[in-house]
Ligand binder design. Structure first.
Ligand code: FRU
Length: 490
């Protein structure tokens, strides 16, 4: 048996062995991409090809901890119904003995081509990183390129923290942005260029910690992505090592972006400030793709590195991906909305309008549940705090609160009483809070809350009791008007 077969057999055996336990878990999500068993982390290789969306993900089939990474693979025609495909990559070669790490996909004249990082650790634990290709003609079976690795070493002056290639085409050439760390231990996004995907030359640094007006922004940048959005260039990156500042950077590692202009000759991005993409608790390693409708789509890992204490672990699986979002740039800020295909999942519409809530807490008939979409639009009068309590238990002890605190001028997601798992509060400000529209996607153990048509998003896992399905709308010390409320089961 060759090494690939051996690894795949072991992986499928492990999945099979855990299947019943995994599938018995109430917290299994109903419309999100999850690992069949074991651990999922970054989305990889997001691409639309021949009318189908492919998504790959970092996958550890043997455990719910990080370890030997494979690439899991799913595809879909509509971004909401996903079909599970065979594992795309197993770490079988000398240049990837410790995992097929993150990367991207491109359509090279009809060949679905993956570019990823081969991760190797020697007997002393020193890391080596190799950038590699894998090719597929049928979009299911992948073969590793014989000339792998296509990049053997990081450029001079950088450490071996050199990974997560994202490749795109510009004119005649392919360009790659890759996450890196320099020898002064500052995070970097580096640009490479190639005619044929096999020979790459180093162009320069797109951006980094302590460059120009960018202050210290971490010791390593993971999972960078560069694309054009509404006429500007955007660099998304995940810096590690930034300390929290007030409401900002409260997660262990960040995921955010810069808007600017990329100089393809020098590789340098002239850019503005770093802005976090999501205000919730679990959001990391986003990856985007451009689809045939011209949309810039984003999917992220609904999890974070080094946080493996989720209650699903006892049932043999951990983590999921977010629903796909569409990005748009307005006034140099990214707005994110759920893809309109999410509407395909809507069932049993319930609607209300024009309800005044005066220092009160109300429930609405047929507005409850655990797998649903809600649109709630409020108009603020003189309330000091208003919002929605989700996943409420009958006794009122369990609840997850999304609210606007008018005295602080802040939006707040409070999961201190959400049930099992991690707690905490996250906050952010809004440009205009006179009217606030919440578009909430709730799944059995997740929340994705889009605010004011994508100005902010809070993404989080929560683990309430399966019977906690109540929803309450509230206003404290004053009035608020619920202009409209729509609810669908999903
Ligand atoms: C980000 C990351 C990447 C790496 C991958 C390994 O979460 O650490 O930098 O390629 O995960 O699974």
């Amino acid at each position: 048996m060759d090494k690939t077969e051996e690894l795949l057999n072991r992986a499928y055996e492990c999945i099979e062995k855990n299947k019943d336990k995994v599938n018995s878990d109430y917290y299994r999500l109903k419309y999100h991409i999850m690992p069949p068993a074991g651990l999922l982390n970054d989305p990889n290789g997001f691409i639309e090809m021949n009318g189908e969306y492919h998504l790959f993900y970092q996958f550890h089939p043997f455990d719910t901890k990080h370890g030997l990474k494979f690439w899991g693979h799913v595809k879909s025609r509509d971004l909401v119904n996903w079909e599970e495909l065979p594992i795309a990559l197993a770490p079988s070669m000398w240049y990837e003995t410790h995992g097929c790490y993150s990367g991207s996909a491109i359509n090279n004249n009809g060949t679905l081509t993956l570019i990823y990082t081969g991760n190797v650790k020697d007997s002393e634990g020193n890391r080596e990183t190799y950038q590699c290709l894998a090719l597929s003609e049928d979009g299911i079976n992948f073969r590793k390129y014989e000339g792998n690795p296509v990049i053997h070493n990081q450029p001079l002056g950088y450490t071996r923290h050199f990974r997560d290639p994202k490749v795109w085409r510009n004119g005649q050439d392919w360009y790659m942005v890759i996450g890196a760390q320099n020898e002064k231990l500052e995070g970097r996004a580096l640009i490479f260029k190639s005619r044929d995907l096999t020979e790459w030359s180093f162009i320069g640094e797109a951006a980094g910690s302590n460059i120009d007006s960018t202050g210290y922004l971490g010791y390593m940048w993971e999972c960078p992505d560069i694309f054009n959005l509404n006429g500007k260039d955007v660099l998304i990156t995940c810096p590690q090592g930034i300390e929290p500042v007030g409401d900002l950077y409260n997660n262990i590692y960040q995921a955010g972006y810069f808007v600017g202009k990329l100089d393809y000759k020098t590789g340098r991005l002239k850019h503005g400030d770093f802005i976090e993409l999501d205000r919730g608790f679990e959001f990391y390693a986003p990856q985007t793709t451009l689809d045939s409708k011209g949309r810039r789509l984003l999917v992220a890992w609904m999890g974070l590195p080094e946080e493996e204490d989720h209650p699903t672990v006892e049932n043999g699986w951990i983590h999921a991906l977010t629903i796909p979002r569409v990005l748009e740039l307005r006034d140099n800020k990214i707005y994110q909305s759920p893809v309109e295909e999410m509407k395909l999942l809507r069932k049993n519409h319930v609607a209300y309008s024009d309800i005044l809530i005066d220092n009160d807490e109300i429930e609405l008939e047929k507005v409850e549940g655990d797998v649903l979409e809600l649109i709630a639009e409020f108009e603020l009068f003189d309330s000091l705090e208003f919002g929605i309590m989700l996943r409420c238990s009958e006794d009122g002890n369990e609840k997850t609160i999304i609210s606007y605190d008018a005295s602080e001028g802040k939006l707040k997601l409070d999961r201190n009483k959400s049930g099992k798992g991690y707690g905490g509060i996250r906050r952010c400000t809004l440009r205009d809070a006179r009217k606030i529209k919440f578009n909430i996607f709730m799944d059995t153990s997740s929340l994705e809350i889009f605010i004011n048509d994508g100005e902010e998003v809070f993404t989080s896992r929560i683990y309430p009791d399966k019977d906690s399905k109540g929803i309450k709308f509230f206003s404290k010390n004053g009035k608020v008007r619920l202009i409209r409320l729509d609810k669908w089961e999903l």
